[in-house]
Design a protein around this ligand. Structure first.
Ligand SMILES: NC(=O)C1=CN([C@@H]2O[C@H](COP(=O)(O)OP(=O)(O)OC[C@H]3O[C@@H](n4cnc5c(N)ncnc54)[C@H](OP(=O)(O)O)[C@@H]3O)[C@@H](O)[C@H]2O)C=CC1
Ligand SMILES: CC(=O)N[C@@H](CCC(=O)OP(=O)(O)O)C(=O)O
Length: 368
């Protein structure tokens, strides 16, 4: 007897970019999702192979314009567009294709707080969708995957926010660190900035160079990280405005192509007695991640490396107490294009479709 698995059609808008290219790469090996439309913007009318030569099996596909008409009629639409571009297309799609599962890889539908959106993005808030981070801890003790099982519109978080959220949330929720004194310094590969031409990303500028950007509370990911960690504590928008969770974020651009290495630090909460803290922290990470296939808390003494997670949907995590400083140090490494966007988009879509969450998603990286 032959049992046919159900097959879902997928349109990828932003297919010529880095994030769109990565979800296409993951989808080419997928047993139940089939890409039937690829769409772009300035490249519409070209063959995909001209812009994504590594995706040989899709090379013959003609790039459609990213219009609601071209994207209509699919079971799933992936929007991998610059911030601000997906809101209008999504609104039309919601009206014309109410039964379609829409995954937005941009920030447009991630923030629940309209004031925070307007402050950091400078445009009108488009509303918020279900947040596409299955392992996100919620205040009632559940995880975001239960919400995603009912989702039809998913706002997938980006790489910076995913790394910082995964590293801090067990400590914040367990009350082991002061949530108003969080700091994060990120070393970010250049693919995180996208493929569009920008002078500061030229080889001559980034090779042999390290520089910071979005310093001192100005990066647009600050409110999104705070939203996630406030959610783990059950802190509402008003309490958050009053200072519930605060993070000092400093991203740096480093001369690697893929990967994020996040170094997180926070003072131990006054109530956390140092003698008990190691056990309490170990329990918090164990409770959050021991059964998570894509999050690995490394054995003691082994620290995350970006090269170990390249090409995988895995995040590697390690922690230690700095007794002298009275702080907890957490280190996280992930691949910005897989775990930091396309991989967790598929992970979230699987939940929404009732498929196995880890279907066709790589745990293992590509090394050396
Ligand atoms: N790069 C990364 O590591 C991550 C990216 N993301 C998010 O994914 C989204 C895409 O990023 P990324 O792939 O890096 O960006 P790229 O610059 O690499 O790609 C952008 C894509 O959007 C298309 N596009 C550009 N302008 C418009 C427009 N006005 N209307 C419709 N389509 C347009 C481009 O088409 P064409 O080439 O035809 O002009 C291209 O396909 C962003 O929101 C980003 O924040 C999230 C997490 C990680
Ligand atoms: C090197 C670089 O510029 N990286 C980007 C990471 C983008 C990302 O995390 O994606 P979203 O913007 O979709 O959240 C940055 O720091 O803004």
């Amino acid at each position: 007897m032959i049992i046919r698995m159900s097959e879902y059609t997928v349109a990828v808008s932003g297919a010529t970019g880095y994030a769109g290219g990565e979800i296409l790469r993951l989808l080419t090996g997928h047993p139940q999702l089939r890409v039937t439309t690829v769409a772009g913007h300035s490249t519409a009318g070209d063959l995909l192979g001209r812009h994504q030569p590594h995706l040989g099996s899709c090379a013959h596909m003609e790039i459609q314009p990213s219009t609601p008409e071209a994207l209509a009629g699919h079971d799933i639409v992936v929007l991998a567009l610059p911030h601000g571009a997906s809101g209008a297309i999504a609104a039309e799609l919601e009206a014309t294709s109410p039964g379609t599962l829409i995954l937005d890889l941009a920030a447009d539908h991630r923030l629940t707080d309209a004031a925070a959106w307007e402050e950091f993005y400078g445009s009108e808030h488009q509303g918020s969708w279900d947040y596409g981070l299955p392992e996100l801890l919620l205040a009632d003790g559940s995880k975001q995957r239960e919400v995603l099982r009912r989702a039809t519109r998913i706002a997938v978080p980006g790489c910076n926010v995913t790394a910082v959220t995964l590293g801090f949330q067990p400590l914040v929720q367990a009350g082991l660190v002061d949530p108003t004194r969080l700091t994060a310094t990120l070393a970010n590969g250049v693919s995180g900035a996208g493929k569009a031409m920008k002078p500061h990303l030229l080889g001559g500028e980034i090779i042999g160079d390290v520089s910071s950007y979005g310093q001192a509370g100005t990066h647009r990911h600050v409110p999104e990280i705070e939203q996630n960690l406030a959610g783990a504590l059950g802190i509402g928008v008003q309490a958050q405005h009053a200072g519930g969770v605060r993070i000092a974020l400093t991203p740096t651009l480093v001369p690697i192509v893929r990967g994020i290495h996040a170094t997180l630090s926070a003072p131990l909460a006054p109530s956390a007695v140092v003698a008990d803290a190691p056990d309490a922290i170990a329990r918090a990470f164990d409770s959050a991640y021991a059964r998570e296939p894509f999050i690995t808390v490394l054995p003691t003494g082994q620290w995350p490396r970006t090269s170990s997670v390249t090409g995988s949907n895995s995040a590697h995590v390690q922690w230690a107490i700095d007794e002298r400083a009275g702080t907890v140090l957490v280190s996280v490494a992930l691949d910005n294009l897989v775990r930091g966007t396309a991989g967790q988009a598929l992970q979230s879509a699987h939940l929404a479709l009732g498929l196995d969450e880890d279907l066709a998603l790589p745990v293992n990286g590509v090394a050396p």
